[in-house]
Design a protein around this ligand. Structure first.
Ligand SMILES: [Zn+2]
Length: 457
Protein backbone atom coordinates (compact mmCIF):
# COMPACT_ATOMS: atom_id res chain seq x y z
CA UNK A 1 0.00 0.00 0.00
CA UNK A 2 1.47 3.39 -0.98
CA UNK A 3 2.58 5.71 1.77
CA UNK A 4 2.19 9.45 1.55
CA UNK A 5 3.90 12.47 3.00
CA UNK A 6 0.98 14.35 4.57
CA UNK A 7 0.08 17.35 6.73
CA UNK A 8 -2.58 16.47 9.30
CA UNK A 9 -4.71 19.05 11.08
CA UNK A 10 -6.48 18.05 14.30
CA UNK A 11 -8.75 20.09 16.51
CA UNK A 12 -7.00 19.81 19.92
CA UNK A 13 -4.33 18.07 22.01
CA UNK A 14 -6.40 14.89 22.35
CA UNK A 15 -6.85 14.67 18.58
CA UNK A 16 -3.09 15.03 18.05
CA UNK A 17 -2.33 12.43 20.73
CA UNK A 18 -4.80 10.04 19.06
CA UNK A 19 -2.77 10.17 15.84
CA UNK A 20 -0.18 8.11 17.71
CA UNK A 21 -2.34 6.32 20.31
CA UNK A 22 -5.16 5.13 18.03
CA UNK A 23 -4.28 5.65 14.38
CA UNK A 24 -0.59 4.65 14.70
CA UNK A 25 0.46 7.37 12.29
CA UNK A 26 4.16 8.18 12.15
CA UNK A 27 4.44 11.87 13.02
CA UNK A 28 7.51 14.09 12.59
CA UNK A 29 7.40 15.09 16.27
CA UNK A 30 8.89 18.55 16.04
CA UNK A 31 6.77 19.81 13.15
CA UNK A 32 3.70 20.41 15.33
CA UNK A 33 2.31 23.88 14.56
CA UNK A 34 -0.23 25.62 16.78
CA UNK A 35 -2.99 27.07 14.61
CA UNK A 36 -5.74 29.52 15.50
CA UNK A 37 -7.90 26.42 15.97
CA UNK A 38 -6.06 23.18 16.70
CA UNK A 39 -2.70 21.88 15.51
CA UNK A 40 -1.02 20.71 12.32
CA UNK A 41 1.76 18.12 12.04
CA UNK A 42 3.89 16.69 9.24
CA UNK A 43 3.49 12.90 9.02
CA UNK A 44 3.52 9.72 6.97
CA UNK A 45 0.37 7.73 6.38
CA UNK A 46 -0.91 5.05 4.03
CA UNK A 47 -4.23 5.16 2.16
CA UNK A 48 -6.11 3.23 4.83
CA UNK A 49 -4.90 5.52 7.62
CA UNK A 50 -5.78 8.60 5.58
CA UNK A 51 -9.35 7.36 5.02
CA UNK A 52 -9.77 6.53 8.72
CA UNK A 53 -8.46 9.95 9.74
CA UNK A 54 -10.67 11.80 7.29
CA UNK A 55 -13.80 10.02 8.49
CA UNK A 56 -12.80 10.88 12.08
CA UNK A 57 -12.76 14.61 11.19
CA UNK A 58 -9.05 15.28 10.62
CA UNK A 59 -8.04 17.47 7.69
CA UNK A 60 -5.39 15.84 5.50
CA UNK A 61 -3.21 17.53 2.92
CA UNK A 62 -1.70 14.79 0.79
CA UNK A 63 1.78 15.53 -0.57
CA UNK A 64 4.04 13.17 -2.50
CA UNK A 65 3.81 9.37 -2.76
CA UNK A 66 6.85 8.46 -0.65
CA UNK A 67 7.49 5.07 -2.21
CA UNK A 68 7.23 6.32 -5.78
CA UNK A 69 9.42 9.36 -5.16
CA UNK A 70 11.77 7.27 -3.05
CA UNK A 71 12.37 5.03 -6.07
CA UNK A 72 13.32 8.12 -8.08
CA UNK A 73 15.92 9.00 -5.40
CA UNK A 74 17.22 5.40 -5.42
CA UNK A 75 17.65 5.51 -9.21
CA UNK A 76 19.50 8.83 -8.97
CA UNK A 77 21.95 7.35 -6.47
CA UNK A 78 22.55 4.23 -8.59
CA UNK A 79 23.05 6.25 -11.78
CA UNK A 80 25.37 8.72 -10.09
CA UNK A 81 27.35 5.90 -8.46
CA UNK A 82 27.96 4.38 -11.89
CA UNK A 83 28.99 7.69 -13.41
CA UNK A 84 31.16 8.89 -10.52
CA UNK A 85 33.25 6.06 -9.05
CA UNK A 86 34.02 5.95 -5.33
CA UNK A 87 37.50 7.39 -5.68
CA UNK A 88 36.07 10.50 -7.37
CA UNK A 89 32.88 10.90 -5.34
CA UNK A 90 34.70 13.28 -3.07
CA UNK A 91 36.82 16.07 -4.55
CA UNK A 92 39.06 17.19 -1.71
CA UNK A 93 36.29 18.33 0.61
CA UNK A 94 33.05 18.50 -1.36
CA UNK A 95 30.84 15.62 -2.43
CA UNK A 96 29.13 15.05 -5.75
CA UNK A 97 26.28 12.79 -4.61
CA UNK A 98 24.96 10.60 -1.77
CA UNK A 99 27.60 8.05 -0.83
CA UNK A 100 26.75 4.34 -0.82
CA UNK A 101 27.17 2.15 2.27
CA UNK A 102 30.57 0.91 1.12
CA UNK A 103 31.72 4.40 0.18
CA UNK A 104 31.01 5.76 3.67
CA UNK A 105 33.35 3.07 5.06
CA UNK A 106 35.86 3.69 2.26
CA UNK A 107 36.08 7.42 2.96
CA UNK A 108 36.17 6.98 6.72
CA UNK A 109 39.13 4.60 6.39
CA UNK A 110 40.75 6.91 3.83
CA UNK A 111 40.53 9.77 6.36
CA UNK A 112 42.79 7.83 8.74
CA UNK A 113 45.59 7.39 6.20
CA UNK A 114 48.73 9.47 5.78
CA UNK A 115 49.09 12.44 6.28
CA UNK A 116 46.18 12.18 8.76
CA UNK A 117 47.63 9.16 10.56
CA UNK A 118 49.49 11.38 13.05
CA UNK A 119 46.23 12.66 14.54
CA UNK A 120 43.48 10.17 13.60
CA UNK A 121 42.74 6.56 14.52
CA UNK A 122 40.31 4.20 12.83
CA UNK A 123 38.31 2.27 15.43
CA UNK A 124 36.69 -1.10 14.67
CA UNK A 125 33.38 -1.53 16.49
CA UNK A 126 33.10 -4.91 18.24
CA UNK A 127 29.61 -6.02 17.15
CA UNK A 128 28.99 -7.03 13.52
CA UNK A 129 25.49 -6.20 12.27
CA UNK A 130 22.80 -8.83 11.55
CA UNK A 131 23.99 -8.94 7.92
CA UNK A 132 27.60 -9.32 9.14
CA UNK A 133 28.85 -5.86 8.29
CA UNK A 134 31.69 -4.46 10.40
CA UNK A 135 31.34 -0.81 11.43
CA UNK A 136 34.03 1.76 12.10
CA UNK A 137 34.43 5.03 13.90
CA UNK A 138 37.19 7.61 13.62
CA UNK A 139 38.98 9.39 16.43
CA UNK A 140 40.35 12.82 15.54
CA UNK A 141 42.73 14.27 18.10
CA UNK A 142 46.47 14.75 18.45
CA UNK A 143 47.28 13.27 21.83
CA UNK A 144 48.90 15.96 23.90
CA UNK A 145 47.76 16.70 27.46
CA UNK A 146 45.49 14.53 29.56
CA UNK A 147 42.52 16.74 30.36
CA UNK A 148 40.96 16.60 26.91
CA UNK A 149 37.18 16.87 26.61
CA UNK A 150 35.75 14.52 24.03
CA UNK A 151 32.86 15.00 21.62
CA UNK A 152 30.97 12.06 20.10
CA UNK A 153 29.14 12.47 16.78
CA UNK A 154 26.78 9.68 15.69
CA UNK A 155 24.95 9.24 12.37
CA UNK A 156 23.11 6.81 10.14
CA UNK A 157 20.97 5.33 12.91
CA UNK A 158 17.75 5.57 10.91
CA UNK A 159 18.16 3.85 7.56
CA UNK A 160 16.17 6.26 5.36
CA UNK A 161 17.92 9.41 6.62
CA UNK A 162 20.53 9.10 3.91
CA UNK A 163 22.31 12.40 4.45
CA UNK A 164 23.56 11.91 8.01
CA UNK A 165 26.57 9.66 7.25
CA UNK A 166 27.42 12.01 4.36
CA UNK A 167 27.30 15.02 6.72
CA UNK A 168 29.73 13.32 9.11
CA UNK A 169 32.09 12.31 6.30
CA UNK A 170 31.99 15.93 5.07
CA UNK A 171 32.79 17.12 8.61
CA UNK A 172 35.73 14.69 8.91
CA UNK A 173 37.14 15.58 5.47
CA UNK A 174 36.94 19.32 6.01
CA UNK A 175 38.37 19.27 9.53
CA UNK A 176 41.28 16.95 8.72
CA UNK A 177 42.07 18.69 5.44
CA UNK A 178 42.14 22.15 7.06
CA UNK A 179 44.29 20.91 9.95
CA UNK A 180 46.90 19.38 7.64
CA UNK A 181 46.94 22.44 5.36
CA UNK A 182 46.83 24.85 8.33
CA UNK A 183 44.01 26.79 6.68
CA UNK A 184 40.70 28.28 7.73
CA UNK A 185 37.31 26.82 6.77
CA UNK A 186 34.74 29.21 5.33
CA UNK A 187 31.09 28.15 5.05
CA UNK A 188 28.69 30.93 4.13
CA UNK A 189 29.65 33.83 6.40
CA UNK A 190 31.12 31.45 9.01
CA UNK A 191 34.89 31.43 9.31
CA UNK A 192 36.66 28.83 11.39
CA UNK A 193 40.22 30.11 11.61
CA UNK A 194 43.30 27.93 11.21
CA UNK A 195 44.03 28.60 14.90
CA UNK A 196 40.56 27.35 15.89
CA UNK A 197 40.94 24.21 13.76
CA UNK A 198 44.33 23.55 15.32
CA UNK A 199 42.85 23.99 18.79
CA UNK A 200 40.05 21.50 18.10
CA UNK A 201 42.48 18.82 16.92
CA UNK A 202 45.14 19.44 19.54
CA UNK A 203 43.08 20.06 22.68
CA UNK A 204 39.97 17.88 22.17
CA UNK A 205 39.12 14.38 21.00
CA UNK A 206 36.37 13.95 18.43
CA UNK A 207 34.82 10.50 17.92
CA UNK A 208 32.84 10.15 14.71
CA UNK A 209 30.65 7.07 14.11
CA UNK A 210 28.96 8.00 10.83
CA UNK A 211 27.11 4.85 9.78
CA UNK A 212 25.59 3.04 12.73
CA UNK A 213 23.01 1.04 10.73
CA UNK A 214 24.59 0.04 7.39
CA UNK A 215 22.21 -2.91 6.83
CA UNK A 216 19.22 -0.61 7.05
CA UNK A 217 20.83 2.06 4.88
CA UNK A 218 21.60 -0.51 2.19
CA UNK A 219 18.00 -1.75 2.27
CA UNK A 220 16.67 1.82 2.10
CA UNK A 221 18.93 2.77 -0.81
CA UNK A 222 18.12 -0.37 -2.79
CA UNK A 223 14.71 -1.75 -1.78
CA UNK A 224 12.37 0.27 0.45
CA UNK A 225 13.42 3.92 0.48
CA UNK A 226 11.37 4.62 3.63
CA UNK A 227 12.90 1.86 5.73
CA UNK A 228 13.83 3.12 9.22
CA UNK A 229 14.81 0.14 11.41
CA UNK A 230 17.79 -2.22 11.34
CA UNK A 231 17.55 -5.68 9.71
CA UNK A 232 17.07 -8.04 12.66
CA UNK A 233 15.39 -11.14 11.18
CA UNK A 234 11.62 -11.31 11.72
CA UNK A 235 10.30 -13.53 14.53
CA UNK A 236 9.26 -17.03 13.44
CA UNK A 237 5.83 -17.13 11.77
CA UNK A 238 5.88 -13.46 10.74
CA UNK A 239 6.65 -13.35 7.02
CA UNK A 240 5.54 -9.74 6.40
CA UNK A 241 8.41 -7.41 5.44
CA UNK A 242 7.51 -4.98 8.25
CA UNK A 243 8.26 -7.65 10.90
CA UNK A 244 11.99 -7.34 10.20
CA UNK A 245 14.03 -4.95 12.28
CA UNK A 246 14.22 -2.89 15.44
CA UNK A 247 14.25 0.90 15.76
CA UNK A 248 17.76 1.49 17.13
CA UNK A 249 16.72 4.84 18.52
CA UNK A 250 14.07 3.21 20.72
CA UNK A 251 16.37 0.43 21.93
CA UNK A 252 18.63 2.30 24.41
CA UNK A 253 18.50 1.71 28.15
CA UNK A 254 16.48 4.76 29.15
CA UNK A 255 12.88 4.09 30.25
CA UNK A 256 13.07 1.40 27.55
CA UNK A 257 10.11 -0.62 28.83
CA UNK A 258 7.86 2.41 28.33
CA UNK A 259 4.48 0.81 29.21
CA UNK A 260 5.80 0.50 32.77
CA UNK A 261 7.08 4.08 33.05
CA UNK A 262 4.66 6.26 31.08
CA UNK A 263 1.08 7.30 31.64
CA UNK A 264 -1.09 4.86 29.65
CA UNK A 265 -2.56 7.84 27.76
CA UNK A 266 0.84 9.40 26.86
CA UNK A 267 1.30 9.69 23.06
CA UNK A 268 4.73 8.03 23.12
CA UNK A 269 5.98 7.24 19.62
CA UNK A 270 7.12 3.67 20.38
CA UNK A 271 5.83 0.15 19.76
CA UNK A 272 6.20 -3.29 21.39
CA UNK A 273 4.94 -4.94 18.18
CA UNK A 274 7.80 -6.56 16.20
CA UNK A 275 5.77 -5.96 13.03
CA UNK A 276 5.50 -2.21 13.58
CA UNK A 277 6.99 -0.68 10.44
CA UNK A 278 8.57 2.23 12.31
CA UNK A 279 9.32 2.08 16.03
CA UNK A 280 9.56 -1.48 17.41
CA UNK A 281 11.67 -1.15 20.57
CA UNK A 282 13.25 -4.63 20.34
CA UNK A 283 13.03 -7.74 22.55
CA UNK A 284 15.10 -6.15 25.35
CA UNK A 285 17.04 -2.92 26.00
CA UNK A 286 20.28 -2.72 23.98
CA UNK A 287 19.41 -6.00 22.22
CA UNK A 288 20.80 -4.86 18.86
CA UNK A 289 24.40 -4.95 17.65
CA UNK A 290 24.03 -1.39 16.32
CA UNK A 291 22.88 -0.10 19.73
CA UNK A 292 25.67 -2.06 21.44
CA UNK A 293 28.25 -0.42 19.15
CA UNK A 294 26.92 3.07 19.85
CA UNK A 295 26.98 2.39 23.62
CA UNK A 296 30.44 0.78 23.46
CA UNK A 297 31.92 4.13 22.43
CA UNK A 298 30.51 5.83 25.58
CA UNK A 299 31.93 3.06 27.78
CA UNK A 300 35.29 2.82 26.06
CA UNK A 301 35.99 6.57 26.04
CA UNK A 302 34.92 7.91 29.45
CA UNK A 303 36.07 11.47 28.65
CA UNK A 304 33.15 11.96 26.29
CA UNK A 305 31.30 15.01 27.58
CA UNK A 306 29.26 15.94 24.53
CA UNK A 307 27.12 13.87 22.19
CA UNK A 308 25.27 14.75 19.00
CA UNK A 309 23.05 12.23 17.16
CA UNK A 310 22.42 13.42 13.59
CA UNK A 311 18.92 12.69 12.22
CA UNK A 312 16.33 14.11 9.84
CA UNK A 313 14.01 15.99 9.49
CA UNK A 314 12.37 19.21 10.77
CA UNK A 315 15.20 21.78 11.14
CA UNK A 316 15.58 21.40 14.89
CA UNK A 317 18.32 21.20 17.48
CA UNK A 318 16.92 19.21 20.41
CA UNK A 319 18.31 19.13 23.96
CA UNK A 320 17.46 16.99 26.99
CA UNK A 321 14.98 15.60 28.03
CA UNK A 322 12.68 13.69 25.71
CA UNK A 323 10.45 11.82 28.17
CA UNK A 324 8.60 14.77 29.68
CA UNK A 325 8.74 18.54 30.15
CA UNK A 326 11.88 19.77 31.95
CA UNK A 327 11.72 21.14 35.49
CA UNK A 328 14.62 22.54 37.55
CA UNK A 329 13.20 22.60 41.11
CA UNK A 330 12.44 19.05 42.33
CA UNK A 331 15.46 16.75 42.05
CA UNK A 332 13.57 13.73 43.36
CA UNK A 333 11.05 13.86 40.53
CA UNK A 334 13.25 12.01 38.07
CA UNK A 335 13.38 9.05 35.69
CA UNK A 336 14.87 6.75 38.36
CA UNK A 337 12.10 7.33 40.92
CA UNK A 338 9.63 4.43 40.75
CA UNK A 339 7.01 6.50 42.59
CA UNK A 340 6.38 8.26 39.26
CA UNK A 341 5.98 5.13 37.16
CA UNK A 342 2.81 5.33 35.11
CA UNK A 343 2.80 9.15 35.28
CA UNK A 344 5.33 10.26 32.66
CA UNK A 345 4.95 11.63 29.16
CA UNK A 346 2.00 14.04 29.22
CA UNK A 347 2.87 17.52 27.93
CA UNK A 348 1.93 20.48 30.08
CA UNK A 349 0.58 18.59 33.10
CA UNK A 350 1.78 18.78 36.71
CA UNK A 351 1.88 15.08 37.68
CA UNK A 352 5.36 14.59 36.25
CA UNK A 353 8.16 16.67 34.75
CA UNK A 354 11.75 15.50 34.31
CA UNK A 355 14.46 17.06 36.51
CA UNK A 356 17.36 18.87 34.89
CA UNK A 357 19.72 21.05 36.97
CA UNK A 358 19.23 24.71 35.96
CA UNK A 359 22.93 25.17 35.12
CA UNK A 360 22.85 22.12 32.83
CA UNK A 361 19.90 23.51 30.97
CA UNK A 362 21.67 26.85 30.49
CA UNK A 363 24.80 25.12 29.18
CA UNK A 364 22.76 22.88 26.87
CA UNK A 365 20.81 25.77 25.38
CA UNK A 366 23.89 28.01 24.96
CA UNK A 367 25.75 25.35 22.98
CA UNK A 368 22.68 24.58 20.87
CA UNK A 369 22.47 28.29 20.02
CA UNK A 370 26.05 28.19 18.68
CA UNK A 371 24.92 25.56 16.18
CA UNK A 372 21.78 27.49 15.33
CA UNK A 373 23.84 30.61 14.51
CA UNK A 374 26.33 28.68 12.36
CA UNK A 375 23.44 27.14 10.41
CA UNK A 376 21.80 30.51 9.89
CA UNK A 377 25.13 31.97 8.69
CA UNK A 378 25.40 29.29 6.01
CA UNK A 379 22.36 30.15 3.84
CA UNK A 380 19.85 31.68 6.18
CA UNK A 381 17.87 28.64 7.34
CA UNK A 382 16.55 29.18 10.89
CA UNK A 383 16.61 26.00 12.97
CA UNK A 384 14.66 25.90 16.23
CA UNK A 385 16.41 25.16 19.52
CA UNK A 386 13.90 23.12 21.51
CA UNK A 387 13.61 20.60 24.29
CA UNK A 388 13.27 17.12 22.81
CA UNK A 389 9.90 16.56 24.55
CA UNK A 390 7.10 18.55 23.08
CA UNK A 391 3.63 17.19 22.36
CA UNK A 392 5.02 13.69 21.78
CA UNK A 393 7.45 12.15 24.30
CA UNK A 394 10.19 9.63 23.47
CA UNK A 395 11.56 6.58 25.31
CA UNK A 396 14.72 4.54 24.74
CA UNK A 397 16.53 7.18 22.67
CA UNK A 398 20.27 7.83 22.41
CA UNK A 399 20.23 11.45 23.62
CA UNK A 400 18.33 10.72 26.84
CA UNK A 401 20.42 7.61 27.45
CA UNK A 402 23.65 9.59 27.03
CA UNK A 403 22.57 12.39 29.37
CA UNK A 404 21.14 9.90 31.92
CA UNK A 405 24.42 8.00 32.41
CA UNK A 406 25.79 10.53 34.91
CA UNK A 407 22.56 10.58 36.94
CA UNK A 408 22.55 6.78 37.17
CA UNK A 409 26.26 6.60 38.08
CA UNK A 410 27.91 9.79 39.37
CA UNK A 411 31.35 8.40 38.51
CA UNK A 412 30.51 8.70 34.82
CA UNK A 413 30.97 12.01 32.99
CA UNK A 414 28.03 14.27 32.44
CA UNK A 415 27.34 14.20 28.71
CA UNK A 416 25.45 17.12 27.18
CA UNK A 417 23.39 15.46 24.49
CA UNK A 418 21.63 16.61 21.35
CA UNK A 419 19.64 15.36 18.43
CA UNK A 420 19.89 17.41 15.26
CA UNK A 421 16.99 17.00 12.84
CA UNK A 422 18.34 18.39 9.56
CA UNK A 423 16.28 19.46 6.57
CA UNK A 424 12.93 21.10 6.03
CA UNK A 425 9.60 19.21 6.12
CA UNK A 426 8.81 21.13 2.94
CA UNK A 427 11.38 19.16 0.98
CA UNK A 428 9.80 16.37 -1.07
CA UNK A 429 11.09 13.01 0.26
CA UNK A 430 12.44 14.93 3.27
CA UNK A 431 14.44 11.95 4.65
CA UNK A 432 16.52 11.92 1.47
CA UNK A 433 16.11 15.22 -0.39
CA UNK A 434 17.08 15.74 -4.00
CA UNK A 435 20.88 15.94 -3.84
CA UNK A 436 21.35 19.64 -4.78
CA UNK A 437 19.31 20.48 -1.65
CA UNK A 438 21.11 17.82 0.42
CA UNK A 439 24.46 19.36 -0.56
CA UNK A 440 23.33 22.65 1.02
CA UNK A 441 22.15 20.86 4.15
CA UNK A 442 25.53 19.13 4.39
CA UNK A 443 27.17 22.57 4.37
CA UNK A 444 24.95 23.99 7.11
CA UNK A 445 25.25 21.01 9.46
CA UNK A 446 29.01 20.75 8.88
CA UNK A 447 29.19 24.41 9.96
CA UNK A 448 27.07 23.65 13.03
CA UNK A 449 29.33 20.77 14.09
CA UNK A 450 32.48 22.85 13.62
CA UNK A 451 30.97 25.68 15.67
CA UNK A 452 30.05 23.16 18.36
CA UNK A 453 33.59 21.76 18.47
CA UNK A 454 35.00 25.27 18.85
CA UNK A 455 32.59 26.16 21.67
CA UNK A 456 32.56 22.90 23.68
CA UNK A 457 35.31 22.95 26.29
ZN1 LIG B 1 16.01 9.60 12.78
Amino acid sequence: MPRYHVKITGKDYEAMADLVRIYKVHVARHTVEKLAKGYRVDAHADGRQIRALESAGYKIKRLEDLDKEGKVRQREVRKAAKKVPAAEAIQATTMARYLTVDEIEYWLADSAKTPNDTFTTLITLPNPTWEKRTCHALKIGKDVGSNRPAIYLLGGVHAREWGSPDILISFVRRLTHAYVANTAITIGTNTFTAAQIKKIVETKDIYVFPQCNPDGRYYSMNTDANWRKNRRPAPAGHPQPSCVGVDINRNYDFLWNYPMYYDPTAPVVNSTDPCDYQTYIGPSAVSEPETKNAVWIFDKYPKIRYFIDVHSYSEDILYSWGDDDDQTSNASMNFQNAAYNGKRGIAGDAQYKEYIPATDKTTAVNLANKMKTAIQNTRGRVYKVEQSMDLYPTAGTSDDYAFSRHFVDKKKSKIYSYTIEWGSPNNPTPFHPFYPEMAKIIQEITAALLAFCVAAT
